[in-house]
Design a protein around this ligand. Sequence first.
Ligand code: HEM
Length: 157
Amino acid sequence: MPLFFVVWIHLIAAITFIGGLIYLHLVLRPVLHSQLKEPEPNEVLRKTSQRFRTITWVSLIALVLTGAFNMLSEGGSARIETEWGVVLMLKLFLFAIAFGLVLIHDFVLDPYASSSQQSVKPQVVTSNIRRAAFVQQMILALTLIILLVATYLSSMY
Ligand code: HEM
């Protein structure tokens, strides 16, 4: 597969993931909370986030696969010893933390699992959703830093 095509998929995956998080936190969440009464905002956020969860995982898998392809095409082990390799390791380290936070958000906090939370008190659900929103904001901040490191990386020729 040509490298430009793989980089194109890499960029679409990054845009989709980061853009989705920005839209969720800067547009959808504030508008829902200002226009609807509790618990309606949480209900809409539950539904939208369930859909976004699938998009998140497809994007993350695409980033890892296309990123690995990029790495091999960019000289692979020959360049890993260079300054480029060190910056790439920093990017992968940050990505690993972001990935871990996604796992915590989706499988530990799991704020949008409707059926399992029917018996739980509404206050507990609300505080869990707040905690999950905070974790999502940390993921967003980290991915923006990863983006900065990635653009620096691609300027190191
Ligand atoms: C949130 C996660 C990620 C974001 C936002 C991101 C973003 C980017 C961007 C913007 C580029 C520059 C494309 C170009 O101009 O050529 C890039 C290149 C690259 N990415 Fe990622 N990426 C992410 C995850 C990954 C992962 C998981 C890997 C490895 C498995 C990876 C490996 C690479 C490599 C090797 C390059 C080429 C660097 C170069 O041009 O020197 N990326 N990435």
